[in-house]
Design a protein around this ligand. Structure first.
Ligand code: 0O2
Length: 248
């Protein structure tokens, strides 16, 4: 199974493995610090609440993913097509959590991490068509146990560099042995074309010593525009086909 910068395609058969890998991810980092520590017992004690927090985020991620798969199942029966192509999920790595908390100038406690960060559990839904993004997002947000905390529509208002996607910050309840708890999950909806652009943009960001960075940025913006009009064309073609079917 291929892992893309922490974001993983979640086919049914992959789910168990990916959850195990997420666990291992957290533990690897923990083990690194553990070996260096002069007081490993104290460190382990401190790590336990963090591991529990990550476990709750993992559960929330699974909840939202299941909801999306249920919608996909129903959609494919009712309309004979799938509203999304793939789902990728990832838990933010401990090292990225620490970096982000430091950037925000926040103390590194489990309470603050939970309060400050919205994207520890992340789900990326890749759709074929623009319409499907909004249909799926509305269906998900319309479920009565889901709370919508924030919506950033970078499709209607792309970022200056050309980045496009629909981002939702949701809260979903997870049912534990003795309690129910709402956890935050970030869901990013994109078309295949938007995802293609964002993946390459992400790769290029890591290239060091790029010559003429402004020129590169300009070219990336141009590509984003091409991709945007391509998405619109593909949507129009689908609309024509659907209209033709209805008229038959
Ligand atoms: P990863 O591993 O992909 O998740 P916030 O998270 O709200 O505090 P911000 O910057 O307001 O911070 O969030 P934003 O911009 O709504 O969403 C951040 C995430 O969107 C990023 O997560 C990326 O996944 C994606 N994203 C946003 N802008 C770009 C972009 O210009 N190019 C690409 N390729 N992706 C983008 P992370 O944390 O960077 O990493």
């Amino acid at each position: 199974m291929r892992q893309m910068k922490g974001w993983m395609k979640m086919k049914d058969e992959d789910k168990k493995i990916s959850v195990e890998m997420s666990n291992t991810d957290g533990q690897e980092n923990l083990t690194g610090h553990f070996l260096e520590s002069e007081n490993p017992e104290k460190l382990l004690e401190g790590a336990q609440p963090f591991m529990e927090l990550m476990s709750r985020y993992r559960c929330a991620m699974m909840e939202v993913e299941t909801k999306l798969r249920v919608l996909d199942e129903e959609f494919s029966l009712a309309y004979d097509r799938n509203p999304f192509e793939t789902i990728k999920s990832r838990l933010k790595r401990p090292v990225s959590i620490i970096e982000k908390m430091k950037r925000k100038g926040c103390p590194l406690t489990v309470e603050e991490i939970e309060k400050q960060l919205n994207d520890i559990a992340g789900i990326r839904v890749i759709c074929s068509f623009l319409d499907d993004i909004y249909t799926l997002a509305d269906m998900l947000v319309g479920q009565d146990d889901i709370r919508l905390l924030e919506k950033k529509d970078y499709i209607i208002a792309p970022k200056p560099n050309g980045y496009r996607s629909l981002h939702l910050i949701l809260e979903v309840p997870i049912f534990l042995s003795h309690s129910k708890q709402y956890m935050k999950v970030e869901v990013q909806f994109r078309t295949i074309a938007m995802d293609f652009w964002a993946s390459l943009d992400h790769k290029l960001k890591y290239k060091k010593d790029v010559q003429e960075p402004e020129r590169i940025a300009e070219q990336l913006r141009e590509c984003a525009d091409i991709i945007s009009s391509m998405d619109e064309r593909m949507q129009q073609i689908r609309d024509q086909i659907e209209k033709g079917k209805r008229e038959d």
